[in-house]
Design a protein around this ligand. Sequence first.
Ligand SMILES: NC(=O)c1ccc[n+]([C@@H]2O[C@H](COP(=O)([O-])OP(=O)(O)OC[C@H]3O[C@@H](n4cnc5c(N)ncnc54)[C@H](O)[C@@H]3O)[C@@H](O)[C@H]2O)c1
Length: 447
Amino acid sequence: MTKQYNRRSFLRTTSIAGAAVGLNAASYSRVVGANSRLRIASVGTGGKGWSDLNGVAASPDVQVVALCDIDSSAEHLGRAAEKYQSASRYADWRKLLDESRNVDGVLVSTPDFMHAPISLAAMHLGKHVFCQKPLAHSVHEVRQMQRAAAKYKLVTQMCNQIQSHTAYRTAVHWVHEGKIGKVKEVHSWQGGSPSWPRNIQRPSGSDPVPESVRWDLWQGVAEERPYKANLYHPFQWRGWQAYGTGQLGDFGCHIMDPVFKSLGLTSPTRLTAEAPPLLPETWTNRAMVEYEFPGTDLTAGSTLKLTWYDAVGARPPREKLAQVPDDYQLPGAGSVLVGEQGSLVIPHVAMPRLFPEDRFPAAEQETIDGVNHYTQWADACRGNGETTSHFDYAGPLTETVLLGTIGIRFPDQELHWDAKTLKVTNHPDAQKWITKKYRKGWEPAWV
Ligand SMILES: NC(=O)c1ccc[n+]([C@@H]2O[C@H](COP(=O)([O-])OP(=O)(O)OC[C@H]3O[C@@H](n4cnc5c(N)ncnc54)[C@H](O)[C@@H]3O)[C@@H](O)[C@H]2O)c1
């Protein structure tokens, strides 16, 4: 799969008009000085992209120089263009990157299936990247993101921003302090009710494409299909396998993050999912995935079991939660770490709770202040400090989440994972989902 990046082949395969600029990361990459402004481009300026853009731009040392969105309407490109009037505007991220000589860093806030193609192209040009969660749409793409960041020595951050919130930082600190002792097992869940389509067949026919929308550009690397209103763009794409990663993909990188951070987990070695059969194109409306990870200094055994549950109203079985009292109302989403000396509940998103309560009086527990996940990246790009969800950290976390989505395709079948070789060693059919097919002319250049 290794293919040397070549600027001209990128232009040829992506059919962008205009001359090659002749840049590559080696010639372009530079350390942005601590005193200079960080010039950023934002791709996907509506939805979560709006808060990503404003979050990063909140640093006084950031200048927004380019904006890109396939939808020119007010709530997408329009609002951002109104606020950042001096920034160049684009519908096509490939054109933006072609003209990106003045760009130091790129924010990627598009739907999941475009994270890696855009981020990889930006990293090949030596741009620092701030990318939404989950990091990518396939395990292979995740590993490519890690490799590109390392190869070009770029500052990266995945936007699982709750990691920087006082709630998650405090939870991680308590585990590191050893409050609950070594951790025996973990339960993580999302019991919310998504508003996007799940478990449906694709409706026939098509709707007129709104004037503001570049449907061809929205589809990017995915196979082409007719436009349907309120089914894909905006926001609804999550439930479609071609574009999103379902409930586990939507929330796993948030909810499992403090578990990864506190215990120092790496990729799992095996997993088994329970889920109803998938329809051909959408994700299911419930799933459970049992993972086994190699143990760490903070786990009780040489392996650690983590169970993920998602369904409307889903919660882990009470009897598995050791010291968490039955009359404590579990949050709608979160994790419980069952330790040898206590249990820690990490709600998504509220301050964590330690049990049994008489051993851990709430008022006596030290809390850790939050930091700004967005400006942390901007600062690090200028050489001030480091990011905490850089791609080397976010990679194994996203890999875990995406392996779970592969498990959902093969319910009740144990999958054995070799992270080194990117192989599901016991299941050739599952292995096929480690990579994916790309629309002709849109194939990413690999590292
Ligand atoms: N970290 C969080 O808390 C959080 C919250 C919500 C969403 N997200 C993530 O943010 C990303 C976007 O989700 P959303 O809910 O905002 O989706 P959305 O569809 O509502 O918004 C995506 C925006 O990107 C634009 N866009 C789509 N494809 C594009 C392309 N190829 N080039 C340029 N612009 C493009 C759309 O027009 C829209 O403005 C997803 O990866 C999602 O998982 C993260």
